[in-house]
Design a protein around this ligand. Structure first.
Ligand SMILES: *[C@@H]1O[C@H](CO)[C@@H](O)[C@H](O)[C@H]1NC(C)=O
Ligand SMILES: *[C@@H]1O[C@H](CO)[C@@H](O)[C@H](O)[C@H]1NC(C)=O
Length: 242
């Protein structure tokens, strides 16, 4: 009787505390073993980005954002119900983790990111006035994203130490032309809309620098929330070797 009971408790403990998949995703590495970490993270990232419904981790590709707000000095824009695809194809590299596990730096190289949703925009796109609202479609070429982030170690509900990603800073650079398609600019006045699209097409580098940050911060914020949700299911000791 006693044995049956302890076995049941043990089985429940395993199911609840470790989750079904947790240990399998991040291969264990020593902190100083950069090559191992790179390999481990590269293998795990696409699975976490795709989402793990069994663990309650939502999809980051497609990534859905109800609201993105860009409040720049000369330009205000809002994107609603935006869907972004492409993050799972970003290559992660140059991962540098501080030996005390308080900071991480890494680089993402994304072949293409596609966004669509509803927009509302008003202000100046560098030299041209721009206003309107409607459907929008954005397709980037190669994007380079540098991420610098703080890490934190905290006890989880299982009493074990868990890693999480805290504040982060981004440096994003478009490496090739971006296709802008904002429907119904200026209430559908074609000549004005064409002028803005032509300018944005030709000046994609300058335009991306002006408008990109609120979008990338909103995306990364949500992706990191999903990653942290995953990290809550797996104790640090399961993927960090001493
Ligand atoms: C976004 O989608 C939700 C759910 O479909 C809808 O209720 C809401 O009105 C949409 N937002 C906008 C600005 O259209
Ligand atoms: C902007 O570039 C896209 C893709 O190259 C092209 O289809 C579109 O016609 C261009 N728009 C203008 C107004 O130049």
């Amino acid at each position: 009787m006693f044995h049956k009971y302890t076995f049941l408790l043990f089985a429940l403990y395993c199911l609840c505390s470790d989750g079904v998949l947790s240990n399998s995703l991040l291969a264990p590495c020593k902190i100083e073993d950069a090559a191992c970490i790179q390999k481990s993270v590269q293998a795990a990232a696409p699975k976490i980005i795709t989402g793990i419904p069994e663990l309650g981790i939502e999809s980051s590709d497609p990534l859905f954002l109800e609201r993105i707000e860009g409040d720049l000095s000369i330009l205000k824009y809002k994107f609603f119900n935006t869907t972004i695809t492409g993050y799972k194809d970003c290559q992660i590299s140059n991962i540098i983790i501080s030996p005390d596990l308080t900071n991480v730096h890494f680089e993402l190289n994304c072949p293409t990111l596609k966004m669509s949703g509803l927009y509302d925009i008003n202000g100046r796109l560098i030299i041209l006035p721009v206003e309107g609202n409607g459907d929008f479609f954005l397709t980037t070429g190669k994007y380079n994203i540098l991420v610098d982030s703080e890490l934190k170690i905290q006890p989880g509900t299982d009493g074990k130490s868990h890693l999480s990603i805290k504040n982060f800073k981004l440096k994003c650079t478009a490496k090739s032309p971006i296709i802008f398609d904002f429907r119904n600019l200026f209430n559908g006045q074609k000549d004005l809309s064409d002028a803005v699209h032509k300018f944005a097409n030709e000046s994609w580098d300058e335009v991306s620098k002006l408008v990109q940050d609120p979008v990338f911060y909103a995306c990364m914020n949500k992706i990191i929330k999903h990653v942290n949700k995953y990290l809550k299911t797996v104790p640090l000791e399961d993927f960090k070797l001493n």
